[in-house]
Design a protein around this ligand. Structure first.
Ligand SMILES: Nc1ncnc2c1ncn2[C@@H]1O[C@H](COP(=O)(O)OP(=O)(O)OP(=O)(O)O)[C@@H](O)[C@H]1O
Length: 345
């Protein structure tokens, strides 16, 4: 199957620094791919290169198999929605949404029908006559989305689409967006620095670092098996330590940890995901003391120090509020081998 979008060895340099450094990425039709990464990792440059707003210094961008070199942005059939969605303030909602179809000389009656349909879809039925200045931030975002969808782009690209909205609104909109893209069969390439947003929206996530792809996979696969320390820390996992593997176990600051079958002997870097840190009575397993508790939604992150190794790295467990031990309490820790990940160095 041909990818709808193929990015092959894409390279963009600013001076002697590569903002994109040989990036390869395919996006299939109807797929939603979210590009994640810290500030400056090249996410926006990647979108701009696909849109034709940023020339490549090397490599190619293909849409439906056709090399886009020399094709100007407005002929690529891609829709773009930026963080500062920049609605036209002098036009009403309908005028904003109809902008693309008008440029493509779509007849008025069809245009009006399309505007009404799209406003229904984004949850703003009947809003065509409203002034843009009277809309809330979330409503403006929806209008920007309807405007980007109006010309029926073969690829929709979103740059921090929900960036400026408050968290609860973002969480709601991201669910709506996912439903909407599923319903329309839209192919989406989105950029965000917010992992929660990416994981909720994407069929596949791509984590970038310094202009390169650090990891790509389904949200679940990346979450459960971060490939490297960089990806693990970017996702917020800090329970990482060195170990020495021998005979199927790793000797670490946290005692002997089971490692996955096939892990080579010798030094390793290990991540213990919080669900793999199991709490029990103080006389069983590794003796730890609760240093702190942090509330995260309905769960509690329990930060543990190993008794007798106070300077060693902290462990983090995850509990329900009811099961969370109190600060200062001593408990015994055992480890679930399924949650131990060997990281690439
Ligand atoms: N026009 C430009 N001129 C010079 N350097 C640039 C230009 N555009 C981007 N860069 C540099 O390229 C690198 C990648 O930038 P890019 O905007 O793609 O990152 P990003 O991952 O989207 O970051 P953010 O999350 O902060 O938007 C950065 O180091 C940036 O400073």
């Amino acid at each position: 199957m041909t990818a709808l979008l193929r990015i092959a060895s894409a390279t963009v340099r600013f001076g002697d620094r590569a903002a994109l450094d040989g990036v390869d990425l395919d996006v299939a039709a109807h797929e939603t791919v979210c590009v994640l990464g810290p500030s400056g990792s090249g996410k926006s440059t990647l979108l701009r290169a696909v849109a034709g707003l940023q020339p490549l210094d090397g490599g190619r961008v293909l849409l439906d198999g056709a090399d886009q070199a020399g094709t100007p942005p407005h002929r690529r059939g891609v829709g773009l929605m930026f963080q500062d969605h920049q609605l036209f303030p002098q036009r009403d909602v309908g005028g904003n949404v109809a902008f693309g179809p008008r440029m493509h000389k779509v007849p008025r009656a069809r245009r009006d029908r399309r505007v009404a349909e799209l406003l229904d879809l984004v949850g703003l039925p009947g809003a065509a006559g409203r002034e843009v200045g009277t809309l809330s931030g979330g409503e403006q975002q929806r209008v920007a989305l309807a405007r980007a969808l109006a010309p029926e782009p073969r690829l929709l690209m979103l740059d921090e689409p929900l960036g400026q909205l408050d968290r609860s609104l973002r969480e709601r909109l991201v669910v709506e967006l996912r439903q909407l893209f599923g319903q329309l069969g839209t192919t989406v390439l989105a950029v965000t620095h917010d992992q929660g947003e990416a994981f909720a929206l994407a069929d596949r996530v791509v984590v970038m670092r310094d202009g390169r792809i650090a990891q790509t996979g389904t949200p679940l696969a990346v979450w459960q098996q971060p490939a490297s320390e960089f990806v693990a820390r970017f996702l917020g996992f800090d329970t990482i330590t060195d170990g020495a593997v021998s005979g199927g176990v790793a000797v670490t600051d946290w005692g002997k940890l089971p490692v996955p079958d096939g892990t080579p002997e010798g030094p390793v870097r290990l991540l213990v995901r919080p669900p793999g840190v199991l709490l029990g009575p103080a006389d069983e397993g590794l003796l730890c003391e609760v240093r702190a508790r942090t509330f995260r939604g309905g769960r509690v992150a329990v930060i543990l120090g190993v008794v007798g190794a106070e300077r060693g790295p902290a462990l983090e467990a995850e509990c329900t509020l009811r099961d969370a031990p109190a600060e200062g309490e001593r408990i015994g820790v055992t480890f679930d081998p399924a949650e131990i990940v060997v990281l690439d160095r």
